[in-house]
Structure formats: structure tokens, C-alpha cells
Design a protein around this ligand. Structure first.
Ligand code: DQA
Length: 150
């Protein structure tokens, strides 16, 4: 890892992910967002990284968090929720800050409705993890640390 790369990563969650655990558990499982936060912190700590963890139901708040992350973190793990399928602004924010972003979806969006098959985020993501349940966040954290350590 270069001296200038902060040993810190941002994990961002978009709309409705605050409801994890009670929201359509047959699709998203029974783990809560707090469980996800703990999984991310534990995975990062193994490599000496800290995690900044944020969820918002508001597109602008997610964009502000991405802007604020510039220079402060090694990269971003992001589950943009439904903004994945709608938000050019979120994609522009990610490419604008030039931080590696790992796009995570708990469910396999490609097995679901057609409107979930397109992502505005994928073209600006370094990696995409879908359908691995909440372990996708752990894989995302590990992948970011891998990228930061090259
Ligand atoms: C999701 C998939 C999206 O289509 C959906 O709108 C979500 C969650 C997932 O983690 O599987 O809110 O990003």
C-alpha cells in the first residue's frame, strides 16, 4: 500500500437498506444493516483498515458522502439500492472522485425484474458483486483492500 492511501474505506448503502432484516427477507435475508456494518468492520480490521459506514434514503446525501470521501478513503463499497437503476448523478459522483468503487447487490438482480438488470453504476465500478447475500459486502471490502494494497 502506498503511503498516501488512507487505511480507511467507505461503505455506503442507499434507499431502503435501513430496513434490512425485515424487508422482504426471502430476497434480502434476515441480517440487519447493523450486522452488515459489523461484518464490514471485522473484514477491514483483519487488514488494519477502518470503515466509515453510512446509509441514506436520499440521493443527494449519498452524493455528498462520495464527494467528502475524496482523499479520505482508499475506496468505496456501495450498494446504491434502487438508485442503481435510475441515478446518473450517483454514477457521475463516483467517476468524479476517482476512487475505486465496488458495487454490491445482496440479491442476484439478474434473476429478478428486467428493470433491475440495468445499472448506471456498473460502468464506473471497479468490481461488481451480486447475489452473494450480505457476504457480498465482505467480498467488496476484501476486494477494495486488495486494490489498495497493490
Ligand atoms: C439491491 C437490488 C436493487 O434492485 C434494490 O432496489 C435494492 C437492493 C440489492 O442489494 O439486491 O434496494 O441493491
Amino acid at each position: 500500500m502506498s503511503e498516501k492511501t488512507p487505511a480507511r474505506i467507505l461503505v455506503l448503502n442507499g434507499p431502503n437498506l435501513n430496513l434490512l432484516g425485515t424487508r422482504e427477507p426471502e430476497i434480502y435475508g434476515h441480517e440487519t444493516l447493523k450486522d452488515v456494518e459489523e461484518l464490514c468492520r471485522a473484514a477491514a480490521a483483519q487488514a488494519g483498515f477502518e470503515v466509515e459506514f453510512l446509509q441514506s434514503n436520499h440521493e443527494g446525501a449519498l452524493i455528498d458522502a462520495i464527494h467528502a470521501a475524496r482523499g479520505q478513503v482508499a475506496g468505496i463499497v456501495i450498494n446504491p439500492g434502487a438508485f442503481t437503476h435510475t441515478s446518473i448523478a450517483l454514477a457521475d459522483a463516483i467517476s468524479g472522485v476517482q476512487l475505486p468503487a465496488i458495487e454490491v447487490h445482496i440479491s442476484n438482480v439478474h434473476k429478478r425484474e428486467a428493470f433491475r438488470h440495468h445499472s448506471y453504476i456498473s460502468p464506473v465500478a471497479a468490481s461488481i458483486i451480486v447475489g452473494a447475500g450480505v457476504n457480498g459486502y465482505v467480498l467488496g471490502v476484501q476486494q477494495l483492500i486488495h486494490l489498495a494494497s497493490r
